[in-house]
Design a protein around this ligand. Sequence first.
Ligand SMILES: [Zn+2]
Length: 122
Amino acid sequence: MHEFSIAANIVRKLTEVAREHDRKLLGATVAVGPMSTVVPELLSEAWKYVIKNTELEGAVLHIDRVPIRARCRECDAVTEGYDPFVKCQACGSMNLQIESGFELKIISAELADDTENAHPAR
Ligand SMILES: [Zn+2]
């Protein structure tokens, strides 16, 4: 279950972003491809656990599942799908060049408005 270390990494990066802008992080979107070996459900669970008692507590993680895109080496057809064991839709070959689907990246971060008590003590 490596989702915990992945979640910890994401939290570290987002904490930097929030500090840079001096805002509270409300949520973030992460793109996860089927070839990334990340189980989205486990990442969600790990996220909630990792942000507990941190400045990111309460922030929502949205997971955007992106499909695999594979080009067939036999017939050049392009197949998209969410199954890591992808087969060519046109000819059934498994001799495919995976063009995308390995994604594991932060695509957006949602920060609180400046006016919204980022510094309630001031
Ligand atoms: Zn094919």
